[in-house]
Every structure is written in C-alpha cells, then in structure tokens.
Ligand binder design. Structure first.
Ligand code: PEP
Ligand code: MN
Length: 334
C-alpha cells in the first residue's frame, strides 16, 4: 500500500481478496503496509487491485507458467522422439535443408545428415517467407519427399506447421516433431491446437519475444495436455545489423533454470551466414543446449531458400567432430 494509505483503504483490499475466496496476510511495518493474498492466485486479476485507492504496487509471487515451470519437475524432462532422447545426457543435432525442394535433393540431404552422425532431420514444406513472391514451399508434396528421404535412414523428421488447417495432414504423414516457427510463437489458436496432439513440439522463440512471453506460449501448448515441448532459441531482433539475428546465449541457462523442458538452439537463423554457424553452435553446446537445429544442403549455392546459411555435408561433418569434444568437456555426449 502507499505510505499515505488509510485503514479503510487497507480494509477494502482485504475485502476484495476475501471476495475471491482467498485469505489475506497483512503485515504492518513502521511505514508500509504489505498485504499478501494466499490461495488460488489464478482467481486474482492484478489490474483490479492496482486501481483500488491506496494501492502502491501489485506483484505476483507465483509464476504465471505452471506446467512448464521447473518447479513441477525439478529433475528435467527427457522427451522421446521415436525413441531418441532429447533433454538427457545426449545432445541431438537436427540437420537438413531450410526447405524441401526435390526428391533427389532430400535423398542426398538425408544420406549426408545420417553420415554426419545426426539422428534427426529437418526440412520445411510450408515456408514463412517475408515476400509473398518468394518460394513458399512444396506443401504436402514436401511432406512426402521429407518422409520418404528421412525414413530411408531411420531419421525422425521435424517440419514447420503454419496453418492449423494442415494439422490433420501432418498427423497423416506422421510428422515426428511439429515446429512452430518464430513468427507463430504467439499464434495462440495454433498453440492450443498443437496442445491437443501427442507429437513433440519445437517452439521457436519469437523475433522479439521475452523469455516470459516464450514460457507463456509453451504453457498454452502444455495446458492443452501436450507436455512434449522443446524450446528453440533462434536469435532475436536487436539494433545490430551485421548478422541476421543476435543469438541469445544467455537464454539457454535462464530457460534451463525456469523450465524442465529441453532447450535447443538454431545457430543458422541466428547468424544467417554459414561461416558463423560453427562458432554459434559451439557456444550453444558449451552453454548447456540440449540440441541444435542446423540448416544444411547438398549443394548450398543452389538452395532455394537461405542459401547463405546452409552448411555443406563436409562442414556439417566437421562441426559434429568439434561439438563432440565440447559436449564431453561439459559432461554431455553427442
Ligand atoms: C525455419 O526453421 O525454417 C524457420 C523459418 O525459422 P524461424 O521460424 O526461426 O525464422
Ligand atoms: Mn531457413
């Protein structure tokens, strides 16, 4: 309460707390009166208290995210993607092209991804492009190419869902991990729908999303019943223009502390240039990431999308060797 708050104003706040079925704890210091509300905090709307006369400030002690909070699962969760563990001691590298282009491109990419030692594959069939005139992805045909190529090497697939109307098709094609892209991190209707399916979800960080907004977006998915959520840091917007985005390495330990769910990093969309990818990937593993989402292409200069940031097969293979050493230095394995 404000220094100037009267007893009547204090009582009005207490009455409001009781009216919601909670109990109050009033502590009177020599100057300030602090009123605690105990019970189901969800029943309280902070803004209702802020407008009451004499109130100085309303602070939530309980976190707004509950299911995704580490408090509910202090040991940390390991998510199984067709038997491949994500979130445990083993770090998973998910590699593949930005977008699915042709069946031969996907067949080559899958062979290279598997040969490099990666256990999962990515490929976008539905692409969120800045320009409506840019290649938008092959759509359903792309899901088929991706699955055909990946299954030949027993690689589970990750692909982006942009439109809730395609969710049934994703289920028909048995997409192993559904990616919610940065641009859809706060598409709440989409989050609610993927919360109702039993597929792991990679939730990318929004271009300008705070950690709290990101955790709340995950809570939307979790609240629907799907707790298999993987956070993916992919760089955020800042004043800097020398690279595509700024990889927020700090987000890794902060998220690992706040949530029990796995945290992976996409160094490709963060840096935006292939030559930056190894340094960012190494930093991510050193900082405690549970996995990486890396763009590669059988022939990077020919990529239909994000050619600048695609690793070649050789670059991916040599990155895996470096990462193996870093992983073991931090008590993990690749
Ligand atoms: C992607 O991974 O293909 C992609 C479009 O990434 P983001 O949503 O992070 O921009
Ligand atoms: Mn891309």
């Amino acid at each position: 309460m404000k220094l100037s708050a009267t007893d009547t104003q204090v009582q009005a706040v207490v009455n409001e707390i009781r009216a919601r079925g909670l109990t109050e704890h009033v502590s009177r210091g020599s100057e300030l009166v602090i009123i605690g509300a105990m019970g189901d905090e969800d029943l309280l709307d902070a803004s209702r208290f802020e407008i009451l006369p004499g109130v100085e400030r309303v602070t939530r002690i309980m976190k707004q995210y509950k299911i995704v909070s580490r408090d509910t699962h202090p040991a940390g969760s390991v998510i199984s993607v067709r038997g491949i563990p994500l979130g445990g001691k083993q770090i998973q590298v998910i590699a593949g092209p930005c977008s699915v282009e042709t069946q031969p491109q996907m067949a080559d990419a899958a062979a290279m991804v598997a040969a490099a030692g990666c256990r999962m594959m990515r490929g976008g069939a539905f692409k969120p492009r800045t320009s409506p005139y840019a290649f938008q992805g092959l759509g359903v045909q792309g899901l088929d190419y991706l699955q055909t190529a990946a299954r030949a090497h027993n690689l589970p697939v990750v692909t982006e869902l942009m439109d809730v109307r395609m969710l049934d098709t994703f289920m028909e094609y048995d997409v192993d991990v559904i990616q919610i892209g940065a641009r859809n991190m706060q598409n709440f209707d989409l989050l609610k729908e993927v919360g109702r399916v039993n597929k792991p979800i990679i939730l990318k960080r929004g271009l300008s999303a705070t950690i709290n907004e990101w955790l709340m977006a995950a809570e939307y998915i979790a609240a629907g019943g799907n707790h298999n959520i993987i956070f993916c840091e992919r760089g955020i917007r800042t004043f800097e223009t020398a690279y595509r985005n700024v990889l927020d390495v700090t987000a890794i330990p902060v998220l690992k502390r706040e949530t029990h769910l796995p945290v992976i990093v996409d160094p490709s969309h963060a840096g935006g240039k292939a030559w930056m990818v190894p340094a960012l990937a190494q930093a991510a593993v050193a900082a405690g990431a549970d996995g990486l989402l890396v763009e590669m292409h059988p022939n990077p200069p020919e990529a239909w999308c994000d050619a600048d940031q695609a690793l070649s097969a050789e670059q991916l293979t040599s990155l895996m060797a470096t990462l193996r050493a870093i992983a073991s230095a931090v008590g993990r394995e690749l």
